[in-house]
Design a protein around this ligand. Structure first.
Ligand code: UDP
Ligand code: MG
Length: 312
C-alpha cells in the first residue's frame, strides 16, 4: 500500500463527506493504493455514523471510535498503530488542510528520502490574535530549543515514512512536537513544504488559549525526557553537586568568619545561604536517586529503537 491517511477528528460530521470525496478524487487521479484511517476522538455529533457510511461505500476507509475525548495526540497515536502504507500522512478533518498536497508530500518522502515532511501554513486563515502571533513565538522557541529548522511545528498536515510513526509514541498534547520526538528517535532528515491553508468552513476550532501554557510544559518534558529520561542522576546529580558544593564552601567561610569573630551567625546572610544550598543539594541528589530507582524498575528501561540487525 502506498499511502495511509490518518485523520483525527472531534465533532466534524459536516466536513467529513467533503473531505472523503476530495481525498478519493486526488488518490484516484494519481493511482495510489491507499487507506484512510479516521479516528473519532469521542465525538458527540454524528461523525461516527458518517465514518460508517463511508466505510460501507469504500473499504479503504477505516474507523476507530474513542469512548470519550482523549485529545488529538491520542487519536494520532492510535491511527499510527493501524497505518500500513509506505507513507503515512496526517491531516485535520476540518478541510483546512488540502488533500491536493498529498502527492507532492509522498514524492518528497519516497524520492528525496525525507523521514518526515512537515507542512508550513505560510499564509494562514485563522484568527490573528489567537493563533498567528502566538504561534510565531511558539515556533521560534521550539526551533531554538530543538535545533530543528521548521517554521510551523504544529501543522496538522505532515508526511512520514512508516518506520517513523511505528517508532514514536505521542500522548498528552505532544502532537505539536512530533518533529522533535522523531528527531530524538533518530529520524533527523526532516523537511518542510509550504502548503495551502484554508478557512474553516464548518464547526469551530477545538483548541483554546490554554494550549500555549500546556504546550511549553510539554516541550520541557520532551527535552528533559530525551536528555535525561534514562539517566535522571545525570541531571539531578550534577545540579545537586553544584548546590552542595556551594553550600559547603559558604559554610566553611561562615565558620572561619565566626572563629575570627567578624560576624554573628544568625545575622550573616552567608549562614542562611550555606544552609539553603546544602539542604537543596541533598534533596536534588535524593530526587536523582529516586529517579534512578524508578528507571531501574521500569519495564521500558531497555527499549531502544533498532534500525537494522544482522543476527541469525
Ligand atoms: N481534534 C481531535 N481531538 C481534539 C481536538 C481536535 O481529534 O480533542 C481534531 C479536530 O477535529 C481537527 C484537528 O484535530 O481534525 C485539528 O483541530 P482544530 O481544527 O480545532 O485546530 P486548529 O486548526 O484550530 O488549530
Ligand atoms: Mg483546524
Amino acid at each position: 500500500m502506498d499511502i495511509s491517511i490518518v485523520v483525527p477528528l472531534y465533532n466534524e460530521d459536516e466536513s467529513l463527506p467533503h473531505l472523503a470525496e476530495w481525498i478519493d478524487r486526488v488518490m484516484n487521479e494519481h493511482g495510489f493504493s491507499y487507506e484512510v484511517i479516521m479516528v473519532d476522538d469521542g465525538s458527540k455529533d454524528s461523525s461516527w455514523a458518517v465514518i460508517e457510511s463511508l466505510r460501507a461505500k469504500n473499504p479503504c476507509y477505516k474507523g476507530v471510535k474513542f469512548r470519550r475525548n482523549y485529545g488529538k495526540s491520542a487519536a494520532l497515536n492510535v491511527g499510527f498503530g493501524h497505518a500500513q502504507g509506505d507513507v503515512v500522512i496526517t491531516m485535520d478533518a476540518d478541510l483546512q488542510d488540502s488533500p491536493d498536497e498529498v502527492p507532492e508530500l509522498y514524492r518528497m518522502i519516497k524520492e528525496e528520502g525525507y523521514d518526515l515532511v512537515s507542512g508550513w501554513k505560510k499564509k494562514r486563515y485563522d484568527s490573528k490574535l489567537a493563533k498567528n502571533i502566538p504561534s510565531k513565538f511558539f515556533n521560534w522557541t521550539t526551533r531554538k530549543m530543538s535545533g530543528i529548522k521548521l517554521h510551523d511545528f504544529n501543522c496538522g498536515l505532515k508526511a512520514y515514512r512508516r518506520d517513523v510513526v511505528k517508532s514514536i509514541e505521542v500522548y498528552g498534547e505532544m502532537h505539536r512536537y512530533i518533529p522533535v520526538i522523531a528527531k530524538w528517535a533518530g529520524f533527523s532528515n526532516i523537511g518542510e513544504k509550504v502548503v495551502q491553508h484554508r478557512k474553516r468552513e464548518f464547526g469551530v476550532t477545538k483548541f483554546g488559549l490554554n494550549r500555549f501554557v500546556n504546550g511549553y510544559l510539554d516541550l520541557m518534558s520532551i527535552m528533559f525526557m530525551s536528555k535525561f529520561g534514562k539517566q535522571p542522576m545525570h541531571f539531578f546529580g550534577l545540579v545537586g553537586s553544584f548546590s552542595f558544593l556551594f553550600g559547603f564552601v559558604a559554610l566553611i567561610a561562615v565558620i572561619i568568619m565566626r572563629l575570627c569573630g567578624s560576624i554573628h551567625l544568625t545575622t550573616s546572610v552567608w549562614f542562611y545561604l550555606s544552609m539553603l544550598f546544602l539542604v537543596l543539594g541533598a534533596m536534588l541528589f535524593l530526587a536523582g536517586f529516586l529517579g534512578e530507582l524508578i528507571c531501574r524498575n521500569s519495564t521500558t528501561r531497555n527499549n531502544y529503537l533498532i534500525e537494522k540487525e544482522l543476527v541469525d
